[in-house]
Design a protein around this ligand. Sequence first.
Ligand SMILES: Cc1cc2nc3c(=O)[nH]c(=O)nc-3n(C[C@H](O)[C@H](O)[C@H](O)COP(=O)(O)OP(=O)(O)OC[C@H]3O[C@@H](n4cnc5c(N)ncnc54)[C@H](O)[C@@H]3O)c2cc1C
Length: 572
Amino acid sequence: MADPLIFNPLTYDPAHFDTETRRLLRATIDWFESRGKRRIIEDYRSRAWLGDFLEFSAKEGLFATFLTPASATDREDGRWDTARIAALNEIFGFYGLDYWYAWQVTILGLGPVWQSDNAAARDRAAELLSQGEVFAFGLSEKAHGADIYSTDMLLAPDGDGGFLATGSKYYIGNGNAAGLVSVFGRRTDVEGPDGYVFFAADSRHPAYHLVKNVVDSSKYVSEFRLDGYPVGPDDVLHTGRAAFDAALNTVNVGKFNLCTASIGICEHAMYEAVTHARNRILYGRPVTAFPHVRRELADAYVRLVGMKLFSDRAVDYFRSAGPDDRRYLLFNPMTKMKVTTEGEKVIDLMWDVVAAKGFEKDTYFAQAAVEIRSLPKLEGTVHVNLALILKFMRNHLLDPAGYEPVATRLDAADDAFLFRQGPARGLGSVRFHDWRPAFDAYAAVPNVARFREQADALCDFVARIAPDERQSRDLDFLLSVGQLFALVVHGQLILEQARLTGLDEDVLDELFSVLVRDFSAHAVELHGKDSASGEQQDWAVAAIRRPVVDEARSARVWERVEALSGAYEMAL
Ligand SMILES: Cc1cc2nc3c(=O)[nH]c(=O)nc-3n(C[C@H](O)[C@H](O)[C@H](O)COP(=O)(O)OP(=O)(O)OC[C@H]3O[C@@H](n4cnc5c(N)ncnc54)[C@H](O)[C@@H]3O)c2cc1C
């Protein structure tokens, strides 16, 4: 029987979605399976452009259905529905991150458009989507990295109410093919934030010059240059501070996709890894007879389950967000930095086991091992997202507020709030529901109880010996505190989702034994930081815990892992 916790294309049937959504998800799986593993790998190795895939998507109306908000389409099933977008991310990650990337940057390119009041630009985008075009998001520049304030894309007034845009963009996905590129720049005649502009460009316009693909891959991560590109009123999406907010709010929408993409990568790699290890005989026994191999594969499995539970629950908060409930602003960077770095650990653990096999060109694993690295680094690095998470720590841990419970959100609703998130400021005032009840509900699970001791210890740290003024300027120190906090939030949403879905308690206990070890490891890290005070060092040592060992439980979880052997193999 297939493991219900791990995506398996052979048995996948997301019965909670409507008929058309299920049809499209199935059609996507079938397209990849019929293209076959050999061809998919060859396209990856030869860096072939994704034309056939985009043709399939255009024919089925896949992007148009999934990425046009209800307010911009007459399609019966057209809506922006984060639950089904997450499901598609997982499928794309499962088959190849390059496919996912073309879709992901289309989402980013659409962000500034769907947030705009410019009806002409919205109509144009909807029409392009229905023709099967892809989109691009032109924010990054070669010289400026995360510092988007310093844009050198300059818009000079043309004397007729419009502008002529000149400048370069770098790392822009789909910049070779996009029907619409959302470009961020600033006016030459207005100083400061009031001068920012987001505008729509066409990659086929003669003033748009494609320079090159800056990476060696099927994904086209372009450098392009605009030379006096005419920007008319119909092309202007946002001006002033609203343009800056549109950039950040678009990244909020876009970065949510990275967690489910990394989950898909890990799932496919896990089938290959467990199947290989289980069937490889050394010294007369399967490799999976080694205790350390079991430990690594079991850790990988429960970490992956944790990634899934967290991400699924984060979907609920994302879809239920509104002006008075901005908790998604914490859970979103968590999906970005925590879930994707967990993905790296999952692949690392499995690669230690499959060793040489992970290099072979006819495996999916070889590309998984490369691609999994990119997700923590894109859409803001781990540091940037951890720094963001820290802004919420005190309110989250120490100052809970009352909220109505958030239900599971798999309904066919349009997530309209994501395109009217408003000013990106005021993060310090966001309040959260109490994290403790999620833990209380599982107080009888030994490692949840053990981890709870560590979470309580962190509250004590924040209340009593929080970073002082000097340490507040030491991001190296702060980030190690951020890692501890991120673990508590990770555990909280995992527990909430476990309760909502009736997760097997053996799996939960085993998963929390990993989180206990992680907390201890980060506490040791904090202990060694240059600027840690004596009190903080003592605290760190006292926060170390040993997980509760239970051999029978571990054996039962191992049986689940072993059952993945042979459970799925991609069609050749
Ligand atoms: C394959 C690929 C595809 C991409 N696609 C797109 C795209 O389609 N559109 C687009 O606009 N961009 C795209 N990018 C750009 C990507 O978003 C940036 O690479 C990313 O935001 C980080 O910038 P950087 O790598 O230049 O790092 P830098 O900004 O140079 O950062 C250097 C270091 O400083 C740290 N740092 C910087 N700022 C802070 C801060 N505030 N707090 C803490 N630490 C900080 C970083 O963590 C990092 O360690 C893509 C990049 C790649 C590689």
